[in-house]
Design a protein around this ligand. Sequence first.
Ligand code: T1G
Length: 674
Amino acid sequence: MIVESNNPPVNALGHAVRKGLVEAIEAAEADEAVKAVVIACAGQTFFAGADVSEFGTPKAFEAPMLPQVVDRIEACTKPVVAAIHGTALGGGLEVALSCHYRVAVPSAKLGTPEVKLGILPGAGGTQRLPRVAGVEKALEMCATGNQVSAKQASDFGLVDRLIEGDLLPHAVAYAEEVRDIRPLPKSSERQDRVEGVADSVFDDFRKANARKFRGFDAPEANIQAVKVATQKPYGEGVLEERRLFMELMSGKQAKAQQYFFFAERKAAKIDDIPDDTRPRDIRRVGVIGAGTMGGGISMNFLSAGIPVTIVEMSQDALDRGTGVVRKNYEASAAKGRFTGEQVQQAMGNLNPTLDFDALAECDLIIEAVYENMDVKKEVFGRLDKIAKQGAILASNTSYLNVNEIAASTSRPQDVVGLHFFSPANIMKLLEVVRGDKTAPDVLLTAMQLAKRIRKVAVVAGVCHGFIGNRMLMPRQVEATKLLLEGASPEQVDRVHVEFGMPMGPFQMADLAGVDIGWHRDPNRIENVRDALCAIDRWGQKKGAGFYDYDERRQPSPSPKVQQIIEDFAAQQGVERREITDQEIIERTIYTMVNEGAKILEEGMAQRASDIDVVWVYGYGWPVYKGGPMFWADNYEKLDTIVAGLKRNEERMGDDASFSQLLLDKAEKGEKFTR
Ligand code: T1G
């Protein structure tokens, strides 16, 4: 008997699907003619987990809940085979684990991504997976949420057979093969792979992932749940799993991470373009500039199988740029991210040339030249003359006015900003900057192309710094003022790292380059940054910036920088004082929230959750705090933010210009995010 779920788009295990599964198993058991059962899914994928949209609603608690479903499947007196294609994730993998056998097509992926939602597999997954796949694999899958391929799953016993060809008929044939085998293999009863596991396995895993798990609650709970599987029989282990699941589910981090799951997907939607808008066909991409950004940008398209024509002005620059691209690919291949063949194919799709007119054959042309408006206008003027009709002309500018750039062409409707974040081939965020005249189909093309090159795209309006950098700037201004007023770079950075950021403002400046945006005149010293740049303290690349660096680039506080700060404060008559950590949060992170509110009220972002997506993917904001706007709503509360900003108003001067939207929402007790 074939039991097939058909619940697009991903066969999420909502109440109806759960009920259907139990009814089907009971019917199969009652029917003498049925000797075995195959559970399969129609559409793009096997069950992709519980229905996350049911979380927090009564539907999630409507019987049968998933633990009952999986136990009912495993208790079936006839063999049940899971036929897996697409992605068997979360509850989907738990359903498969409760089946007596699992077969899959080679392209299938399996995983327990619950940890990314701030929870853990709550339907026996932390108890069955180690019993089937072994403790080390179960730890890796449950605590990191990383998927495994069907081949890998087959290698470590999670999949019983890989199916070449049509899945369903082969799954039925497999069911025929096993129909009379008894006793039925029940994963909950297997003990061989969970006995005699040393504590060091868990401690070593914790140590190896400490940096990645820092600040998160769910990874540790997943580790504890998997460890219980080695200490207690299944029946008791699931009780502990349930306890840990409920504890996580009721916490702020799970709410933040589940909010973010939908926020990320919502960002891909453009609210105000006609439904019948269709994307343009992008077959070849042109990139102008083979520097760090141009090379990284090119790799995104090459890795997605899209040919790239890359243009430079000198052979030397072109050779250097393409050499860096090849080196990056080879380094990734050495880490197993690409095969040698994929590297060859990508490099074979790269067409380096000095001939600017070669861009005429491209459907999308991205300039990644020097961040100067005159240079950009000159390039777009030339593009306007040679690019084919309908080609999309994109600027990788990180803050310049896209409308002004578009005005240097006769086709402003074809111009858009594509702001990649460095390193462009690694960072997932892409700000798609919508000019006043950018055509809807150009915008739609950019958003869909972003998904194709595995970026998370967010639409931004034309303003200085768009969304991310616009919020970064006031943070930087306040952070620098705090130095003069008495804080040290290491105190400000520590507060941000303890908050959950990967690094603080000054560590970030040293990494990116203190000299970015510097006027280059060593005699013109108007602030601490100028003073550092004037003496070659440009950051890590110079071995010194706000911090001193040893040969392994390990930072240490710099007495020289402290002296420069104190001299500057004295020069400006700033009386230094003790600065509390709380004030640093208020002067920097509250200020970011205020700027985010201004971005919203000016229509420079479609929605508050888009701002959160920018900050998580562009700057490493801790996803367990949702993003600046979610955090303001749910961790700090808006009236607290307003009070904090008011408390510091006189110190912040004109930077404290309050967003009216923030004031209104705080006043009314409303939130930015849902
Ligand atoms: N529940 C509800 N909706 C879901 C969903 C889910 N599990 N997964 C995807 N969607 C929606 C998504 O919001 C989008 O909707 C559409 O499907 C396409 O998704 C008890 C408690 C499966 C790899 O975490 O990883 O099981 O925007 O754009 O790129 O232990 O979706 O079109 O309206 O992502 O092809 C665990 C999450 C749940 C899997 C497909 N499962 N999903 O990627 O499409 S918790 C997950 C994914 C759980 C149990 C626990 C991906 C995908 P819309 P998409 P895609």
